[in-house]
Design a protein around this ligand. Structure first.
Ligand code: SIN
Length: 485
């Protein structure tokens, strides 16, 4: 049973126009670690989604007129409340998503940091003046909120992926509707509860929870009163959603899949590379878009790296996220375990060798063993696909040009990592990698101050940082003429 200091953080259903929705259609939320029923909430559908759009449109007329300072102080209160309730929010997150409690607490801080960051950035939405081509004219550029923003967010970061989008939207003066993943609605509703307590006006932040993803997604991507759509999730689903947005030519920003290379050159600090690979690969049981997907190691240090990596990964404790020493929790579902197992099996049949793990874990139906595979090549299933699980394929390489080519040989371009010391090599490789984010001698790169986003089929737009507001703002050009006497 989920015991919280503040039990009113567990809400009954969707939050629309400042009201909590209840109905007789129930949605059960379960703990992936043990299948335990955590909470039952009202199951919303298309009708509630439409209501949320109407509420957000109505609220936009007044929210867009608030000053940046007014929005910033409400958002600051929201940030403070989240941090005051960090432990309860982390417990909710671990219970519905599975990640270890310390990692869940980290996610709450990570999500809150976006709200704090954008509360400050709201005050720096500057315009421009541009020298005009003729003397009787002046050119002025102003920035205005895009309007109503709809978001669909994933189960792997039930708090931070909402906070990262909503914070930028609200700071810019937009209103916001989110449909969180069906598996993890409780964290989203707790965020709404704290938004209400912070004084976010009715209709400005709305959460619609329901299991009819298709119908709800259709409304959020095609409703004429939604001005912008943003999604974090797989590239396949992202492509369909972009197509749906085309009918009303919505602005879109997409954080999609990844196939992150992690390259270890022969001048690297191997111990640091091992630590970085573990942090990047096994975070959230390997279920993040920026998780290392392929580890490339230069031939002459391959044995040393593999030996050290296997011995360090063996120490990682797997189990229920509420157990103190656990660092790898369950995967989100038994289907997710099967998907990973299929990739591992297919790669074994293609010639890969299991150096560690390689099967489901005895901790329960949703657990998979931390796994390392050697003798892998870039075209095997385990390297060509986004794994989204705790499996590390190791691929040997000979030289810089070869590994840059291999690393870029994918439709994805989200995150990449490499370990090296030679400064010339660092610049060459950093510039050669076709990825939106590159960790250099660093396995964890996400933070509110940095622009998160991808190239190629990993999406478009950036979240966080000084660039993160741009996706929620329209640039308007004012041409003032007739200024001659
Ligand atoms: C993601 O997996 O989509 C987000 C990961 C992060 O923000 O670090």
């Amino acid at each position: 049973m989920l015991v919280l200091n503040d039990s009113s953080l567990l809400r009954p259903g969707s939050y629309i126009d400042g009201q909590w929705q209840t109905n007789n259609q129930h949605l059960a939320v379960r703990n992936p670690a043990n299948g335990e029923l955590l909470h039952t909430i009202a199951n919303s559908n298309g009708i509630e989604t439409e209501q949320a759009v109407v509420a957000a449109r109505k609220a936009f007329t007044s929210w867009k007129k608030t000053t940046a300072n007014e929005r910033a102080s409400i958002m600051r209160r929201w940030f403070n409340l989240i941090m005051e309730h960090q432990q309860d929010l982390a417990k909710i997150l671990t219970a519905e998503q599975g990640k270890p409690l310390a990692e869940a607490s980290g996610e709450i801080g990570y999500g809150a940091a976006f709200i704090e960051w954008f509360a400050e950035e709201a005050k720096r939405v500057y315009g421009d003046t541009i020298p005009a081509p003729s003397g009787d004219k002046r050119i002025v550029v102003i920035k205005q909120p895009v309007g109503v923003v709809a978001a669909i967010t994933p189960w792997n970061f039930p708090n931070a992926m909402i906070a990262r989008k909503a914070a930028a939207a609200l700071a810019a003066g937009c209103t916001f509707i989110v449909r969180p993943a069906t598996q993890t609605p409780l964290s989203a509703l707790a965020l709404a509860e704290l938004a209400q307590r912070a004084g976010v006006p009715a209709g400005v932040f709305n959460v619609v929870v329901g299991d009819n993803a298709r119908a709800m997604g259709q409304i959020l991507t095609s409703h004429p009163d939604v001005d912008k759509f943003t999604f974090t999730g797989s590239t396949g689903v992202g492509k369909s959603l972009i197509a749906q947005c085309a009918t009303t030519v919505k602005k879109v920003s997409m954080e999609l899949g990844g196939n992150a290379p992690f390259i270890v050159f022969d001048d690297a600090d191997v111990d640091a590379a091992v630590a970085g690979a573990i942090a990047s690969k096994y975070r959230n049981a390997g279920q993040t878009c920026v998780c290392t997907n392929r580890i490339f190691v230069q031939q002459d240090i391959k044995d040393e790296f593999t030996e050290k990596f296997v011995s360090a990964v063996k120490q990682l404790q797997v189990g229920d996220g509420f157990d103190e020493n656990v660092v790898i929790g369950p995967m989100i579902s038994t289907q997710a375990v099967r998907d990973v197992q299929n990739l591992v099996q297919e790669s074994i049949s293609q010639g890969a060798v299991v150096a560690l793990g390689g099967d489901s874990h005895s901790a329960g139906d949703c657990f998979y063993q931390p796994t390392i595979m050697t003798n892998v090549s870039n075209d095997m299933a385990i390297a060509a696909n986004e794994i989204f699980g705790p499996v590390s394929p190791i691929i040997a390489f000979d030289n810089e040009d070869e590994v840059i080519g291999l690393a870029n040989d994918t439709e994805y371009g989200l995150a990449a990592y490499f370990y090296a010391r030679d400064i010339g090599r660092i610049w060459r490789v950093a510039e050669g990698l076709e990825y939106g984010m590159v960790g250099i001698n660093e396995g964890i790169i996400s933070n509110a101050a940095a622009p998160f986003g991808g190239m190629k089929q990993s999406g478009n737009g950036r979240e966080g940082s000084k660039y993160g507001l741009d996706d929620y703002l329209e640039i308007k050009y004012l041409c003032m003429g007739g200024l001659d006497k």
